[in-house]
Design a binder for this molecule. Structure first.
Ligand SMILES: C[S@@+](CC[C@H](N)C(=O)[O-])C[C@H]1O[C@@H](n2cnc3c(N)ncnc32)[C@H](O)[C@@H]1O
Length: 287
């Protein structure tokens, strides 16, 4: 049978240089994310589904939409599509080893502090948060009652879709294949429908986590209280140097003196005027 395929089905809409500049300036200004020319093809690709979903035929009309009063809601979807949410359970595991070997024992023995509040400031789909929860649970399981630590974790991100996934705590089984078997059995439930191949984080861990949308580009972070630990990993890499410095300073305002700050493997505070002292590569203490 000779099926006629509409001409446009395999054709990607293209964005003009002028429209790309406009979009890139807007995204960098409001969300910090740099979009140099080399990212044009990537942005074009990621926004195709938004062109289809909104029913606009081309990028020029799409930009008109997002810059119009009635298009404001679409900006949330546009940022969702553009942001890179790559993450993993136990990503950069040296950070979690550090917590177990240095931080948690110090908290109990030296500081005698039994409550720890943690903020994952670009939590994406939640793997970082549930990894932290597993680490704390494992630590507690080896302590007598009086030495157990009570912890709570806040996850924030700019992506609404990522937060939705983080809250649901449902993942494809493949996503946890690198989690040690013992932890997989303890902290994840298999879906009843085995063919769905999904797992869900157990309620004990989920109850320790809360989530909200927060833009790191906000002038200040209106969160109550101070945190003992802040994870801000693999997001500053998308920002320019001045923005990175400004964001770290704003995060430090929410980190108690002596608290710990974690960056991603390719990020650092070198050359930045921030109130942090390095303890290990990518691990810092608030001074
Ligand atoms: C690559 S993920 C990193 C996730 C996790 N921290 C990790 O290291 O595995 C980067 C996250 O930063 C978020 N992000 C980007 N710009 C942001 C902004 N201006 N405010 C808050 N989150 C932002 C993205 O939505 C994405 O989920």
């Amino acid at each position: 049978m000779n099926i006629k395929i509409p001409y446009n089905i395999y054709e990607k809409e293209r964005i003009s240089d002028q429209d790309f500049d406009r979009l890139s300036t807007f995204v960098t200004h409001h969300y910090g994310i740099k979009l140099p020319k080399v990212k044009k093809v990537m942005v074009e690709g990621r926004l195709q589904k938004r062109l289809r979903a909104t029913g606009v035929g081309n990028f020029n009309t799409y930009l008109e939409l997002i810059f119009s009063e009635q298009g404001k809601a679409e900006i949330v979807n546009m940022i969702d599509a553009i942001s890179t949410n790559k993450t993993d359970f136990f990503r950069e595991s040296a950070h979690f080893d550090y917590l177990i070997t240095h931080l948690l024992p110090t908290y109990l023995e030296v500081k005698n502090k039994k409550n720890i509040s943690i903020w994952s400031a670009a939590s994406s789909t939640g793997e970082e948060i549930y990894t932290l929860a597993m680490v704390f649970e494992e630590y507690n399981s080896k302590q007598e009652f009086s030495r157990k630590i009570d912890y709570k974790i806040l996850g924030t991100d700019i992506s609404v879709e990522a937060i939705k996934t983080a809250k649901s705590a449902v993942y494809a089984y493949d996503r946890i294949k690198d989690v040690p078997l013992e932890l997989r059995d303890k902290y994840f439930l298999r879906s009843k429908d085995r063919s769905a191949n999904k797992v869900r984080v157990i309620p004990t861990l989920r109850s320790k986590a809360t989530f909200q949308r927060l833009n790191l580009m906000d002038n200040q972070y209106t969160l109550s209280g101070e945190f003992d630990i802040i994870f801000c990993r693999n997001v500053l890499i998308y920002f320019d140097k001045e923005t990175q410095e400004a964001v770290i300073n704003k995060l430090c305002q929410k980190l108690r003196v002596g608290g710990l700050f974690f960056l991603g493997h390719s990020e650092s505070i070198i050359g930045k005027n921030v109130p942090l002292e390095q303890l290990k590569p990518t691990i810092y203490k608030r001074i």
